[in-house]
Design a protein around this ligand. Structure first.
Ligand code: PMP
Length: 452
């Protein structure tokens, strides 16, 4: 058992060392993604740590891409599964109801603002993408319109419909002729501002543009069936929506009778420092899409909406695996635990410690473009100070970001890269991470930056 069985900068050399990785590379398709940047085979996991098949332990700042708010094998989650098995709950029930499902709905609604209490919930196939698909169908049925407005930098999934909403060109290339009536408007970015303005001015310009595109009868597209937005864009590189921008978007959509969908698949259940990210924006969506954390690590995805929309008939969004009872049992227990122990507040404090620490540690390092985020959804943009983009901002340096990720992995911290040019080092640790864990991440990040 070697501590250094993986040389992260050695391409596929490690495959010769770990038989699981070699087997995976041989048998899974070329489309596999995370194993290329995180070449480990995981044997077991507990809390914020995972241990690979070689016996090396890592602090997990990826945590199932944000799907494990309580970390791995948390006693609350394990107990919920044990209890469900003891009660002989059926594993899956389509959308037939059970006491377990009832408990999940109770906990979820108890965690949502008052305005949702008379709302409805739709159980979807167990992925964020399927729930996004459902939300779009719902809005189209309710409005009788077809188009959708999304934002540059958006990520909503990898099905054909959600790829149309997702912004990354590399992924969209697989869409071809299936691209439906979707229009992307600019999302504000204070650092890499698409208007060449920066700071608060980016949000103001994006708000103005959004409002005028919705009201302009010569905008170039018909009034959409929905506007879909992530309150904090995740895969696009961790870009929080400024409050003023979100409010203006909500005002415009309301004025034009366009349902506003918030995709909180990644931001939901405490991740950003409040139970729901929209609470920090002072606006509420008409339709809310949730997955990842609400299943506590098991697959659950739902759409919640405030009013029963017109024309959403029986069977409008069917699917076999909409009733994973173990997922609903763990989800109910996780939602209650996050809410009752104010893990959102904890995430806010820990996130500030991470962002403040990273800002301080990298002060004066030209390759650090920006440290940003909300709660425990943090991104650090790596740039090449010798080259600038069209707006005169240092260019994203994805190569260096990948090197930092690899150096961190070697030092025992798993993180992810994403955003423009893959240049944003991303952190999505379990919400239970403590100050000691954050400080360990900071030390490793600092060392990795200097070594990269
Ligand atoms: N929406 C957002 C905001 C996401 O972050 C993701 C997943 N990263 C999805 C949708 C898609 O979820 P899934 O991968 O479960 O389909």
């Amino acid at each position: 058992m070697s501590e250094h069985h993986v040389n992260p900068s050695a391409g596929d050399d490690h495959l010769e060392v770990d038989p699981y990785l070699a087997s995976q590379a041989r048998r899974e398709t070329n489309a596999r993604s995370y194993p290329r940047r995180i070449p480990i085979a995981i044997a077991k996991a507990r809390g914020v740590e995972v241990t690979d098949t070689q016996g090396k332990t890592y602090l997990d700042c990826l945590a199932g891409a944000g799907a494990l708010p309580l970390g791995h094998n948390h006693p609350v989650a394990v107990e919920a599964i044990r209890r469900a098995l003891d009660e002989e709950v059926p594993f899956t029930t389509l959308d037939l109801t059970t006491p377990t499902k009832e408990r999940f709905v109770d906990e979820l609604f108890a965690s949502l603002p008052a305005s949702f209490q008379s709302g409805r919930i739709q159980f979807c196939g167990p992925s964020g993408a399927d729930a996004v698909e459902a939300s779009i169908k719902l809005a189209k049925t309710a409005t009788g319109r077809t188009g959708v407005v999304a934002f540059s930098g958006a990520y909503h999934g990898m099905t054909q419909g959600t790829l149309a909403l997702t912004s990354a060109r590399g992924s969209k290339a697989q869409l071809g002729a299936l691209q439906p009536d979707v229009h992307h408007l600019p999302f504000p970015m204070a650092y890499r501002c698409p208007f060449g303005l920066g700071g608060d001015a980016s949000g103001v310009a994006a708000s103005n543009l959004f409002a005028s595109m919705l009201s302009d009868d010569h905008a170039g597209f018909t009034l959409p069936a929905a506007v879909i937005m992530e309150p904090v864009q995740g895969e696009g590189g961790v870009h929080p929506a400024p409050q003023g921008f979100a409010r203006r978007v909500a005002m415009s959509t309301a004025a034009h009778g366009v349902p506003l969908i918030f995709d909180e698949v990644q931001t939901g259940l405490g991740r950003t420092g409040s139970l729901w990210a929209f609470e920090q924006l002072g606006v509420e969506p008409d339709i809310l899409v949730l997955s990842k954390a609400i299943g506590g690590g098991l697959p659950v995805a739902v759409v919640v909406y405030k009013d029963e929309p017109e024309g959403w008939g029986p069977g409008s969004h069917a699917g076999t695996f909409r009733g994973n009872q173990l997922g609903l049992a763990v989800g109910a227990a996780t939602i209650a635990f996050v809410r009752d122990n104010d893990l959102a507040g904890h995430a806010r404090v820990m996130g500030e410690r991470l962002m403040d620490g990273a800002t301080l540690a990298t002060k004066g390092i030209d390759q650090i473009g920006e440290v940003r985020g909300r709660g425990l959804m943090v991104g650090i943009e790596i740039v090449d100070p010798d080259h600038v983009d069209v707006n005169g901002v240092p260019s994203p340096d994805g190569t260096r970001a990948r090197r930092i990720q690899a150096e961190m992995l070697q030092r025992g911290v798993i993180c992810e890269v994403g955003g423009r040019g893959g240049a944003v080092v991303r952190f999505l640790p379990p919400l239970i991470i403590d100050a000691e864990g954050i400080d360990r991440v900071l030390t490793v990040f600092d060392d990795a930056v200097r070594a990269s």
